[in-house]
Design a protein around this ligand. Structure first.
Ligand code: 5AD
Ligand code: SF4
Length: 451
């Protein structure tokens, strides 16, 4: 690899989950600290970080074709770093197959990107896929500016080993960031303009910590503490695992006004046989009971889930059990996927892999049910008055876009600014969003009270 001039501009391209979006922002902050500027939209950057996702589909192939487009026919191609879960899972292979890549950095090692960059400028390629627990957060620069809605990673990794999933291998074992660090980062985010914080973790509700007085607390305790930050108006968390749900977190939804009435709780399948083969530690019945407990403290809670169709061995009747579960729950939102064999996971070599056409058909049928329910949820919100946190300008002049407490996208026109909490009346349900009418501009309460 030849020497190059130090990069003046960078671009971070993040794929996949919200944790990757968070990591991408932290990498961008770190590069900015080095005096490298964000490349304006539409311009080439001197350094491109591809922050990859490995959870589904042919993630690696997409990355190779993106690398091809970044370098083809260019006299001075950018420096390229591959980060994220594909880097963790296939680092060596990337180095071998893509000579244009000078840095491969795993999700637990990206705080070392600046020193890798120095080496890359000197013409030396490097790979770092170590997994030192937590070290990266300490090594990242303090946070200065934030969008109204910010992410905060509180927990990483997974010990659940669902048989289809690569996360336990790419993100490592479950770890919780210490309570004082989180309080501090949340305060910095709020000082920098955040009004809403979404706590992130692959198993966010497995978070545990010490409250500084020697008492062990769980996610509910952390949320109670964050709710005391005066200018923080909304708190959310994702993604939860049914096995880690405790009474305190359920109760928090009835106690903390700032905790938004929204719960993302993946179920994956409506068949107990398939759930067992997936190694999900819950049944349809225990999952439904859990949802009932949330609904009893917060009847308006919006429920969301993840689904996989076509897991090896899934019969038509078992798939129909998933449809029946969806009909029972009435989800406000959902994410649904075709099963994708991930190398190294137990399910990839199971008998009974399902044909692509069958998966396509099942996904379409499932999504028809989920879309119907999402629309019904939005329709049922019409007429309600609720707060909207303004996140950006809309396409039309004077139009603004933000989120309702139930995480619906709401647009309205009128006197507002990014970061305002305004009150709107929801007037019409459209495909994926609602239109609202401004009732009260820039007012600072965060959500309707529970019940
Ligand atoms: N195939 C399809 N979907 C998957 N997910 C995780 N692994 C796979 C896979 N191999 C889905 C699950 C999970 C979400 C983040 O991605 O639904 O909850
Ligand atoms: Fe993957 Fe299961 Fe862990 Fe979620 S709980 S990250 S699906 S192994």
């Amino acid at each position: 690899m030849r020497k190059t001039a130090p990069p003046r501009t960078y671009r971070v391209e993040s794929f996949g989950c919200q944790m990757n979006v968070y990591d991408g922002q932290r990498m961008a902050e770190m590069l900015a600290e080095q005096g490298i500027l964000a490349a304006p939209d539409g311009n080439d950057a001197d350094l491109v970080v591809l922050n990859t996702c490995h959870i589904r589909e042919r993630a690696a192939e997409k990355i190779y074709s993106r690398i091809g487009r970044l370098t083809k026919g260019k006299d001075e191609p950018p420096l390229i770093a591959v980060a994220g879960c594909v880097a963790q899972a296939e680092g060596e292979e990337i180095m071998h197959r893509a000579p244009a890549v000078s840095m491969v950095v795993g999700p637990q090692a990206y705080h070392r990107l600046p020193s890798m960059l120095e080496r890359a400028v000197a013409g030396i390629r490097s790979t770092d896929t170590d997994m030192p627990p937590i070290a990266k957060f300490d090594a990242l620069p303090a946070r200065r500016k934030s969008a109204p809605s910010a992410f905060l990673t509180v927990q990483e990794g997974c010990d659940k080993f669902c048989t289809y999933c690569v996360v336990p291998y790419t993100r490592g074992a479950e770890i919780s960031r210490p309570f004082p660090d989180l309080l501090n980062e949340a305060e910095r985010l709020v000082d920098g303009g955040a009004r809403e914080i979404t706590l992130l973790g692959q198993n966010v509700n497995a978070w545990t910590g010490d409250d500084g007085l020697g008492r062990a607390i769980g996610l509910a305790g952390l949320i109670h503490a964050l709710a005391k930050i005066p200018d923080l108006l909304r708190i959310r968390y994702t993604t939860s695992h049914p096995a880690d749900m405790d009474d305190a977190l359920v109760a928090a939804h009835g106690e903390i006004e700032k905790l938004m009435p929204y719960l993302h709780l993946p179920v994956q399948s409506g068949s107990n046989r398939v759930l067992k083969a997936m190694n999900r530690s819950h049944t349809v019945e225990t999952y439904l009971k859990l949802l009932d407990r949330f609904r009893s403290v917060r009847p308006d809670i919006a429920l969301s889930g993840d689904f996989i169709v076509g897991f090896p061995g899934e019969s038509e009747a078992e798939f129909e059990e998933t449809l029946a579960l969806v009909d029972t729950v009435g989800y406000a939102a959902a994410f649904s996927f075709k099963y994708s064999p991930r190398p190294g996971t137990p399910a990839a070599t199971m008998d009974g892999q399902i044909a692509a056409e069958v998966m396509d058909d099942r996904l379409q049928r499932l999504q028809a049910h989920l879309n119907r329910d999402q629309f019904a949820f939005n329709e049922a919100s019409v007429g309600k008055t609720c707060d909207v946190l303004v996140e950006r300008k809309g396409k039309l002049p004077g139009q603004w876009l933000g989120k309702s407490p139930w995480l619906q996208s709401v647009h309205f026109t009128g006197d507002a600014a990014i970061g305002d909490m305004v009150t709107t009346q929801l007037v019409e349900a459209l495909g994926n969003s609602l239109s609202g009418r401004l009732v009260e501009p820039a007012y600072s309460r965060s959500s309707p009270s529970p019940k």
